[in-house]
Design a protein around this ligand. Structure first.
Ligand code: G3H
Ligand code: 13P
Ligand code: ZN
Length: 322
């Protein structure tokens, strides 16, 4: 089947109490790992491309890689989404260039400015059969070249969401309820430590999610910054020359709970990076004589695939929903 929008995926996910995984793609191995896992688990999927990914790999290469994956995995719905579109021009370029979904992220701007630019993107996107994700509230962490400190992040204000959705006509809304981008989602002082000395983060603000959902019944909500930062991969990195002290993510059971509520799209990037980097670091340490990139990219791809399968089955709940 050709690339699809996320409209049907979200409707089924909302009604079925699960979420669609939105995984960031930057190269062939990552595209293959995600889509092979989804094909084997019969799962719909959103492949998303950031501004940084377009700068790294080139728009055309990424679209062609995704088209190749669609041809190889004909049985599953695949949407191609722009992650954190910074302005109208970037969104337009992706809408004109084959994407089926875009995010316009003006969450750091004042409310009225956010409404104005989001509305402009929605009008252009809808004229071209493309859907739009917008954002209210600010997440902490790093995305592209923008770094938001925990102090500058802010939860979504539920009293604003209805007016925002009505005025902009956006198709889904990313909200801030305590998730954060990257592998260091919380500082040590925001967390407690368990008996192994591993940081335990503060719980997500399900009260904010509930308030938002009450005001937007049936409307798909999106969670960014939803990597769980698997400690096995953090250890693999640290045991093989890496240095990632106190990397911490969102506990999987909280994401499962969010997926059972109004959250229909859950964004995961950092976990894939950790799986890839940990695997390659270990391979390099164990095989200092090897220099064929295929030899280390192959196990890295296999481990990303295994990680995605786990997310689909045990976290998102979208396995078997294609
Ligand atoms: O939200 C950010 C995503 O993880 C994409 O990261 O901008 O480094 O490609 P990137
Ligand atoms: P993570 O850094 O938690 O993987 O979040 C990714 C994301 O939100 C992409 O938009
Ligand atoms: Zn994000």
């Amino acid at each position: 089947m050709p690339l699809v929008t996320s409209t049907e995926m979200f409707k089924k996910a909302y009604d079925g109490g699960y979420a669609i995984g939105a995984f960031n793609v930057n190269n062939m191995e990552i595209v293959q790992a995600i889509t092979e896992a989804c094909a084997e688990e019969k799962s719909p999927v959103i492949l998303q491309v950031s501004k940084g990914a377009r700068a790294y790999a080139n728009h055309t290469y990424l679209v062609k890689l995704v088209e190749a994956a669609v041809a190889e995995c004909p049985g599953i719905p695949v949407a191609l989404h722009l992650d954190h579109g910074p302005d109208f021009a970037t969104c337009k370029s992706c809408i004109d260039g084959g994407f089926t979904s875009v995010m316009i992220d003006c969450s750091s701007m004042p409310f009225e400015e956010n409404v104005k630019i989001t509305k402009q993107v929605v009008e252009y996107a809808h004229d071209h059969g493309v859907v739009v994700e917008a954002e209210l509230g600010t997440l902490a962490g790093v995305e592209d070249d923008v770094k938001v400190s925990a102090a500058d992040s802010s939860y979504t204000r539920p009293e604003e969401v209805q007016e925002f959705v009505e005025k902009t006509g956006c198709d889904s809304l990313a909200i801030a309820i305590g998730t954060s981008h990257g592998a260091y989602k919380f500082t040590a002082d925001q967390c407690t430590r368990n008996e192994k000395g591993i940081l335990v983060p503060p719980p997500l603000r399900f009260d904010v999610l509930e308030e938002v959902s009450k005001r937007l019944p049936g409307f798909p909500i999106v969670l960014h910054g939803s990597s769980s930062v698997p400690q096995d991969y953090v250890k693999m990195i640290n045991d093989n020359g890496g240095k990632m002290p106190d990397a911490v993510g969102i506990p999987e059971e909280q994401l499962r709970k969010a997926a059972s509520l109004s959250v229909c799209k859950i964004n995961i990037d950092s976990d894939l990076r950790l799986a890839m980097t940990g695997t390659i670091r270990q391979f390099m340490a164990e095989h200092p004589d090897k220099f064929d990139p295929r030899e280390y990219l192959k196990p890295a791809r296999a481990n990303i695939k295994e990680l995605v399968r786990h997310k689909l089955k045990n976290v998102l709940g979208c396995a078997g929903k294609a």
